[in-house]
Design a protein around this ligand. Structure first.
Ligand code: PEP
Ligand code: MN
Length: 253
């Protein structure tokens, strides 16, 4: 795999110091470039686990110090931005729910940060709307790289055999669009919604030209993460998925 292929792996949410440090070591050994993990989680229901907040960022920072992995974590409120600086977050995720939160995009951009932003496509966002969101970051002064992420959109398949429909055509289109300068990351976990088809979606995304992958993992087969448990794959599965992704990249080079 090309050295610049981005591999972002980790749990949906940071749940404990032990959990994130163990996963960080393991994904590092498998060639990950980034550790993902939410500290502030956008949950559908307020009764669901909301994330560890600052404590989660602190553990991510410890994992970064131990492994050298870059950290990817979601920003939902600009008030949290100083914490993202304090704990040296490398990639600020703007989740699908906030892709069109224009005030958040403006306020983040106005920080003129050199950190990368991972902008996830909204579940019903058109290409024009997605490009508009990128434009907000650019025009209001964001300095760092903008990475864009296809994470599945809502279609009539929803819930029957997947959670969202991974729009591989969108990845292919962006990669063929000469006027589109940003790296495209595929998230096979959220569209799959279940571990059985995460690998298939990952391969399709890579075959469509993705420059990187963001994928949710858990420590052990019988672990039950507090967030997005059904789609979490084991580290053993991650190893084989990354090997096949590497081969697909090589064949299509
Ligand atoms: C996530 O990455 O865990 C997440 C909530 O992503 P999305 O915004 O794509 O749902
Ligand atoms: Mn998740």
């Amino acid at each position: 795999m090309k050295n610049d292929f981005l591999i972002m792996a980790g749990p949906c949410a940071v749940e404990s110091k032990e959990q994130i440090l163990t996963i960080a070591q393991e994904v590092k050994a498998l060639g990950a470039t980034h550790l993902r993990g939410g500290a502030f989680k956008p949950r559908t229901n307020p009764n669901s686990f909301q994330g560890l907040g600052e404590e989660g960022l602190k553990y991510l920072n410890e994992a970064k110090k131990q492994t050298g992995l870059k950290i990817v974590t979601e920003l939902m409120d600009i008030e949290h931005f100083p914490l993202f600086e304090k704990y040296s977050v490398d990639v600020i995720q703007i989740g699908s729910r906030n892709m069109q939160n224009f005030e958040l995009l403006k306020k983040l951009a106005l920080k003129k940060s050199n950190k990368a932003v991972l902008l996830k496509r909204g579940i019903a966002a058109t290409k024009k709307e997605f490009l508009g969101a990128i434009e907000y970051l650019k025009q209001y002064g964001h300095q760092g790289e903008i990475l864009v992420c296809e994470r599945g959109i809502r279609t009539f398949s929803n819930g029957e055999y997947d959670r969202f429909t991974l729009d591989v055509s969108f990845i292919a289109d962006l990669k063929k669009d000469k006027s589109f300068p940003y790296r495209v990351i595929v998230d096979p976990s959220h569209p799959a919604g279940r571990k059985e088809i995460v690998s298939d979606l990952a391969y399709c995304g890579i075959a469509a030209g993705a420059d990187g992958i963001i994928i949710e993992v858990k420590n052990q087969e019988n672990d039950c993460p507090k967030c997005d448990a059904e789609q979490a794959i084991t580290l053993k599965d991650l190893k084989s998925i990354l090997n096949i992704c590497k081969k697909i990249k090589m064949v299509l080079k």
